[in-house]
Design a protein around this ligand. Sequence first.
Ligand code: ADP
Ligand code: MG
Length: 401
Amino acid sequence: MANVVNVAHKKTIDDVDVRGKRALVRADFNVPQDASGAITDDTRIRAALPTIQALLERGAAVILMSHLGRPKGKRDDRYTLAPVAARLSDQLGRPVDLAPDAVGPETEALARALQPGRVLLLENLRFHPEEEADDPAFARALAALADLYVDDAFGTAHRAHASTAGVASYLPAVSGYLMQRELAALGGALEHPERPFAAVIGGAKVSGKLAVLEHLLPLVDLLLIGGGMANTFLHAQGYGVGTSLLEIDLVDTARTLLDEARRTGAQIVLPVDVVVAARVAPDAAHREVDIAEVPPDWAIVDIGRRTRSLFTHTLSTCRTVLWNGPMGIFEMPPFAEGTRAVAQAIAESGATSIVGGGDSVAAVEELGLAGRMTHVSTGGGASLEFLEGKTLPGVAALDDK
Ligand code: ADP
Ligand code: MG
């Protein structure tokens, strides 16, 4: 559990004097855009504001950097950060200048001339292949622009890139508020959860989340498993799962996890009934069946009504709930009831609730329940790696208190 131990020991912007300094802030401005380049969701820009505002109020000059999309190491104007500069300027209520490049003489001159209270955004980091290669010379060139490095890009903290890890070797390195909030929420839940502590794990496959299951099992009191991954556990218990998604090579692993739970005293809760469909399509014939009665030529697409009640009741007794992965094929409205019920149950449980994972977060937001969760993670891949117990390179690179 290296990550859990490290987290509280990392310096934040509250631990350093920033007055008169140039702060180089790695943000995650990888926003979704429509075909014309217009930003369709500015959540990530808004999430970075508290850190930027605090630095400006304390008399720093702020140099922001981010990637956007996948320009594959070449300048490509479709991936310019110009729309981000404009939106950020609106939200900060002050000008945000866009540097023509992440590095180079023009950018250096702009950075050198930047006065306290002013904001400069570097052009897309991934116009340079050196960014993802964590090239030391590139990292040094970024570091040369500033006096202090602030990492507020939790969503890319699981990547060891020049702007997330390398640069920290050449400057004092601290976390911003978003990074701090993510680490406190995820780390806090794992390190000192109020009990009972439940993890609800769903999504398509066991293989994608095996490391998460293995890491969480000794930490939780209850492990509720739904979604496609439950099928492999159900199969391990001798149930037929029809034409459902099944990872036959992981059945033994599922069995080992079930045995392990018996040993550690964690209770694994599996579906007792399911929604089955004749085909995986929103207009397919579907019905609810007991878990022992899945028709051989039908597929499990959601948890059933009794399971929804069981999960809801179980979660109502918990003080901490961690949720990752939908309970069914929620993209198809007839199969979204299980995911909706779990989201609702977590919102109403009164427990400290943490939601991670791209699809789970999308589901919670679609249901209008994000505001009722204690913490909704902004980093899908990063939160997953954190829950696997891995040390995130972007966190490891920060200075210890
Ligand atoms: P997250 O992004 O929250 O970590 P995942 O990416 O692991 O979640 O899983 C989400 C996917 O799992 C969704 O696309 C959903 O359709 C799929 N899924 C959930 N239940 C099933 C099921 N019973 N059969 C097949 N796919 C499923
Ligand atoms: Mg996903």
